[in-house]
Structure formats: C-alpha cells, structure tokens
Write a protein that binds this ligand. Structure first.
Ligand code: PHE
Length: 342
C-alpha cells in the first residue's frame, strides 16, 4: 500500500499540465471516481483494520496534493488565456473617438421657431420644392404679368405654352394653397422649407434659403390676432424687450399687407452696422389672406378670414451666430459646421 501511495505521489508530481487537455487528463487520471486515488481508497478495505487510519491519512494527503495541483494549474491556464485575449492590443494608445454630427445653425433657428409656434397650436405642413406655376403664383393671386414670375427671379424647370409651369418654389406660400385645398378651416399651420431665387450671389443673398410660412384661417380672424401672434413670437425669439414696427406693404396674396421690423437686438436699437444705424431689422412679411386666395381654394371669404406671414430663417441664424456670409450656411464645410456642436 505504502509503495502504491508513493508511486502515485511521484506520478502526480511529475505530471506536466501545460494546457486544457493536459489539465483534463490529470483530472481523469487522479481525481474522478474511477481515478488512481479513489482506487487506492477502495483498496483500504483489504487492509488490517488497525492500519487503516495510518494509510487513510496518507491517502488524504495524496488527494489534497492532487487537488491543489489541479486548482493551481487551472488558475494559471485561465490567467494566461485572458492575457492572450489582450495580446496585440496596445493599452496605452488613446481610444478611438466617436465623432458626433451637430445641428446646422439654420436648423437650430428653425427648431426654435417651430417650438414657439408649436406652443401656440400651429402644426407643421410641408410641400414640394419643385412646384407648379399655378400654386407658386396663380392661385396666390399673382396677376399674369407680375414681375416676380420673371426669369430673373424664378428658376423655371419647364415652361411649355399652354401647360402649367414647373419651377423651384420662390417662397413657401404655395404650401398655404396646398393646405387650404386639403383641409377645412379652422386651419393653423406653419410651413418651413427651402426656397429658391435666381439672384446675384453675394455675402448677403444666395440662390437658396429657408423660409417659414404661417397660416391661420377661422371665423372672425382679424389683424389684431396677427399682431398678437407676431408679438408673442418676437418676444420669445428675440427677447422680452424687443419692439416691433408694422409697415404697410404689398403682397398679391394678402390685403392689407405689412412688413414687420424688430428693434435691433444686437445694439438694443441704438444703431449699429448690422441694422445700418436704423435700429430696426426686417424679419417678415404678413397680412390678411386675400379673399381671392380663399375663393381659389374653395373657402368662402364671407364666412372665413385669416392671416398669413412668411419669414426668412437664415438671416436670424447669421445674426445669432455672428456668421458674416450667408454662403457659409449652404457650403456645408464641416470645419464651419462643427463650430456649432453645442
Ligand atoms: N411669401 C412672401 C415672400 O416670400 C412672404 C409672405 C408670406 C408675405 C405670407 C405675406 C404673407 O416674401
């Protein structure tokens, strides 16, 4: 018995465990129910009862040493496996950064405008940038020879005599027509979007820009509703203390019409380069929807009235973010755009 125990101990000591297979072989050889150690335990039964405790003790020691060797080896193998996983990775290198895009300055301003009008109950309507001549002009009560139709202002895509023109919309007002043809009053929508004009390109004007149109049609809508809405908008957009100036103006689709100036919020109306020392900045055109426009859309002007307004978005973005060239808004150079990530 003694020799068998010593022989097994030597075998355990000599057993090399260098990988998972050898670890498993070790377990099968010594530690399982039919393994070398259990077999010796079984053999205890054939030994004189008086000597059993001595050999029992030796066998227990043998089992402990096999178990310890097994656990040590298993621990080491696991460690080196996890080290292998990071092998080839230089943990001292800086990580790769995820680059986040940022919102375009014109979209930020547009977002504020949408929120302010959204709070007042306006929903958003959109229309196509490629528009028909009748929606862009005729239905809006433009007379047939109105200068705005001129080639100098409008990008015509198709002009076939006897057919409706196809053009890039010159303003967001055709969306008014689309909404009035589609929906019954009360109507309360804003229509944000891009518009196109064939103008000389400079730091101040570009062939494409953003507008936001507003339209409210209901019974008994008056010019004072329009004023209150514009006042509320201007205070939220430009500051509580801004003043407004309504100047009489003309648009074929509104009567009466006005252009609205806001007191220059850059110099507190003292006069600066941006407001050209006048203390005022023009922000929008507006008026009461012309009865002819209502009629064109099947709305009875005796029963309903409404107001409309249209404002530029880009100039506010230029002023707010102190950008001095409108072309920068449309070139989409990331070096410019990433300055607005906050
Ligand atoms: N569509 C006009 C423009 O582009 C603005 C406007 C809209 C004026 C609605 C009155 C009412 O200049």
């Amino acid at each position: 018995m003694k020799e068998s125990i010593e022989a097994l101990q030597r075998e355990i000591n000599a057993f090399a465990i260098r990988n998972d297979e050898e670890l498993e072989a070790f377990r099968l050889r010594f530690l399982v129910r039919k393994g070398g150690i259990a077999t010796l335990f079984d053999a205890l039964r054939d030994i004189e009862p008086a000597e059993r405790p001595t050999y029992g003790k030796l066998l227990n020691g043998l089992r402990k040493s096999a178990e310890r060797k097994f656990e040590d080896a298993a621990g080491k193998l696991e460690q080196s496996a996890s080290r292998a996983k990071t092998h080839g990775i230089d943990l001292t290198l800086p990580g790769r950064r995820e680059f986040l895009g940022s919102e375009h300055p014109a979209q930020k301003v547009l977002g504020d405008m949408k929120r302010i009008f959204g709070d007042m109950g306006f929903t958003i309507a959109t229309g196509p940038e490629l528009e028909s001549g009748s929606y862009n002009f005729d239905m809006l009560n433009f007379p047939p020879n109105h200068p705005a139709r001129d080639m100098q202002d409008t990008f015509f895509i198709r002009r076939t005599p006897g057919e409706d023109d196809l053009l890039l919309r010159t303003h967001t007002s055709p969306v008014q027509i689309r909404v009035m043809l589609d929906e019954k009053p009360p109507i309360r929508v804003i229509c944000p979007g891009k518009v196109y004009r064939n103008e000389a390109i400079s730091a101040r004007s570009y062939c494409v820009f953003h507008q936001l149109e507003g339209l409210y049609i209901d019974k008994h809508v008056s010019f004072s509703d329009l004023k209150a809405t514009i006042y509320s908008f201007a205070r939220q957009m430009f500051g509580r203390d801004v003043r407004l100036r309504f100047r009489p103006s003309f648009f074929p689709f509104t009567e009466p019409s006005a252009e609205v100036d806001v007191s220059c919020y850059l110099c507190s109306a003292k006069g600066c380069k941006v407001c050209k020392q006048s203390g005022w900045l023009e922000i929008l055109g507006c008026g009461m929807v012309h009865p002819n426009v209502l009629k064109n859309c099947g709305i009875d002007p005796e029963e309903y009235s409404g107001y409309a307004f249209g404002m530029g978005v880009d100039r506010t973005a230029l002023l707010r973010y102190k950008i001095d060239d409108i072309r920068l808004l449309f070139e989409n150079d990331v070096r410019m755009l990433e300055q607005f990530s906050q």
